[in-house]
Design a protein around this ligand. Structure first.
Ligand code: AMP
Ligand code: MG
Length: 332
């Protein structure tokens, strides 16, 4: 059991965080999407510890976080014209690009044996400060225990990781709240392997060609992470996507009759009478921001989360991707 230090953004603590990373330790840090669990991406032992701390299957590769664009060329073998455009216009930002990797630089455990590497340059000033002090590329998955909702506050990281990692850089709550868009640029057809706040239309406008959004799980073989149980709260959860308020109320009432303690996780809490509700947020961006924190809040207080989300469009689709998995595909 490690003593997990809680660090702040003072020069002294940032220096300490950078030293821990260079010495092979693990530091969780905020980004604008979710908190990441960082290790020196060039140190295979440190990276193995990330998998151990999270209980993450070793065939699920990590994203390498860089501070500056030059670092991309240190780990990627070739950067296509499409990739150059994305790097120019969308990085730093909430997009991760998959590129051919420099096999002699990036250890196999980072990329789960793939010939490619996923690279991201976060937008958040806190993340950028941390990466600057690390002076090495930082491999970082989300800083949650595997299968749990991603952490969007340092307190959520502490719940899952206390005693398992060296330090947590305690920054702001994450603005975006869901993980980065993963964009595969290793072939002529750009493909979104995981949807996020950076959308296919934004990418298409920049690279001037269509982007395929992979939606069929059977096609997702190139991004192993999407196969696993994901984002699940500790309590039961069901989801409604058509906004049928009568059905939701009925489901809630049946849970109460069975002696359960349900909560409605909904966008418009005024519509459910005096039933117990928790606000999911109104706009799609607010829902993305709130979702994982709301799941962690509700799992501590209720037996079952009855969620409802009716967003439409590209950002909504990214939210639906997460919330459907949280509910274990249990749609009512
Ligand atoms: P996480 O950081 O926990 O959000 O997980 C990282 C995501 O990026 C997972 O869905 C991985 O499957 C995906 N990923 C990381 N590296 C690669 C890669 N080389 N090719 C495709 N997907 C990747
Ligand atoms: Mg994750």
């Amino acid at each position: 059991m490690l003593e997990t230090k809680l660090l702040s953004f003072t020069q002294q603590h940032l220096t300490e965080a950078g030293t821990i990373i260079r010495q092979g330790g693990l530091v969780a840090f905020p980004t604008e999407t979710v908190y990441g669990l960082g290790a020196n991406a060039l140190d295979a032992n440190a990276v193995s510890d990330v998998f151990r701390a999270k209980g993450r299957p070793s065939d699920n590769p990590l994203i390498v976080h860089v501070y500056c664009k030059e670092q991309i060329y240190e780990i990627a073998n070739s950067v296509s014209d499409d990739a150059l455009k994305v790097i120019d216009h969308l990085m730093p930002g909430s997009v991760t690009i998959v590129l051919p990797k420099k096999a002699d630089v990036v250890p196999d455990c980072v990329t789960a044996g793939l010939a490619t590497v996923a690279v991201r340059m976060p937008l958040s000033q806190e993340a950028r400060q941390f990466l600057q002090y690390c002076k090495v590329p930082v491999a970082a998955p989300s800083a949650n225990t595997s299968t749990r909702p991603s952490p969007t506050t340092w307190q959520a990281v502490n719940e899952d990781m206390s005693g398992k990692i060296d330090a947590i850089l305690c920054g702001k709550a994450c603005d975006v709240g869901i993980e980065s868009t993963v964009l595969d640029l290793t072939s002529d057809t750009p493909r979104i392997l995981r949807p996020g706040i950076v959308t296919a239309s934004q990418i298409e406008a920049i690279i001037g060609k269509s982007v395929v959004v992979i939606t069929n799980p059977k096609e997702k073989v190139n991004s192993p992470g999407v196969r696993y149980k994901h984002y699940a709260p500790k309590c039961d959860m069901v989801l409604n996507l058509d906004g049928d308020i009568a059905k939701l109320c009925n489901y809630y009432d049946q849970c109460v009759e069975k002696g359960q303690k349900p909560v409605l996780l909904v966008q418009d809490v005024a519509k459910y009478g005096n039933r117990q509700c928790y606000p999911l947020g109104e706009t799609d961006e607010q829902v993305a921001h709130n979702l994982f924190a709301a799941l962690r809040h509700c799992e501590k207080r209720y037996d079952i989360i009855i969620a409802s989300y009716t967003g439409k469009g590209e950002v909504a689709d990214s939210v639906i991707n997460r919330i459907t998995k949280s509910a274990g595909q249990k749609i009512i």
